[in-house]
Design a protein around this ligand. Structure first.
Ligand SMILES: NC(=O)c1ccc[n+]([C@@H]2O[C@H](COP(=O)([O-])OP(=O)(O)OC[C@H]3O[C@@H](n4cnc5c(N)ncnc54)[C@H](OP(=O)(O)O)[C@@H]3O)[C@@H](O)[C@H]2O)c1
Length: 290
């Protein structure tokens, strides 16, 4: 029997109402909320210094932000903010936590990456680059970590229905497309944005589902280095591993978007139906067991 304390961190504590409500009786007992901004080294240090013996057995790095659109319409500063949060945020956390873990020869670093850390997606160029950076960083570090008996796990969700989806879509709608040529602007508006919501509705998981996957990973004796949470998405990432030249996923995505868009939409509708049916049978199974 062991006693676990969860330190849930957020950069803006005034946004903590929902977390406090969800925490219920655990607040102040097994769960504490602390301020931490992954873009601010001092706030990370202050947070870690405030923990008993600065001890972190399991670090879950989750903070992240999205960005969509043609690169002609995005400033370098906006791109840097994405890299600073998604990639350097993780680097800052590890610079603070890894030396202690190495000394104790104990620890598990769990990083919420994305399927876009494996495969780039149309108009997600900078976001995918930030997650590729995360994956390359962790893959390199994992070998060294093993020497200290530490584990690193990358959780790779596909679309998840959270605030992220809404924020990214709303920012996407506001994009000033005047710097993009007509073909690119049309592709972004009439193909990408048009299908965005349907892709989330069809393939999207809930955050609770991803949390359950994460819980499974942190309680395993031998956690895997990579874990995808969405089986509906796995066939698409498998294309990447199937062709060392890298052409297969690019050709497939191209055909899906530009040549077989009707088949693509029909497949999404079919998947939606399958998910609805499997949810229904899952609910019925649960009802039967009551
Ligand atoms: N949603 C998806 O489709 C999806 C798919 C694959 C992977 N992911 C990854 O999953 C992770 C969680 O995303 P989500 O979907 O839960 O999105 P979300 O609802 O937007 O949550 C992201 C969280 O990160 C926090 N954050 C942003 N910058 C921060 C900073 N500098 N310091 C500390 N916290 C910061 C945000 O805080 P504020 O509220 O203060 O902004 C927000 O609470 C991200 O790494 C994302 O890349 C998401």
């Amino acid at each position: 029997m062991y006693f676990v304390i969860v330190y849930a961190t957020m950069r803006n504590l005034s946004k903590g109402e929902a977390l406090v409500e969800a925490a219920g009786r655990t607040l102040g007992r097994t769960l504490e909320i602390k301020q931490l901004d992954v873009c601010d080294e001092n706030s990370i240090k202050e947070c870690v210094d405030s923990l008993p013996e600065r001890r972190v057995d399991i670090l879950i790095s989750n903070a992240g932000m999205g960005m969509i659109g043609p690169i002609e319409c995005q400033s370098i500063d906006e791109m840097k903010t994405v890299m600073d949060t998604n990639f350097f945020g993780l680097v800052r956390l590890l610079k603070e936590v890894l030396p202690d873990m190495k000394r104790r020869k104990k620890g598990h670093i769990v990083v919420i990456s994305s399927v876009m850390g494996i495969q780039g997606i149309l108009f997600n160029d900078v976001y995918a680059a930030s997650k590729f950076a995360v994956e390359g960083f962790c893959e390199s570090l994992a070998v060294q970590a093993l020497r200290f008996n530490l584990n690193i796990s990358l959780i790779e969700p596909g679309p998840v229905i959270t605030e992220f989806e809404r924020k990214v879509y709303e920012e996407g709608l506001k994009t000033d497309l005047s710097k993009a040529d007509k073909v690119t602007a049309d592709m972004f508006t009439n193909i990408y944005l048009k299908n965005y919501k349907q892709i989330f509705e069809t393939l999207g998981q809930s955050s609770e589902d991803v949390a359950e996957h994460t819980h499974k990973i942190i309680t395993m004796d031998n956690p895997p280095f990579r874990h995808q949470t969405n089986t509906l998405y796995t066939p698409m990432t498998t294309l990447k591993y199937a062709d060392p030249n890298g052409d297969l996923p690019i050709d497939t995505f191209y055909k899906m978007v530009f040549e077989h868009d009707k088949v693509f939409n029909a497949s999404l509708n079919f998947l939606k139906l399958l998910r609805w049916r499997s949810r229904k049978s899952f609910t019925m199974e649960k009802d039967k067991s009551n």
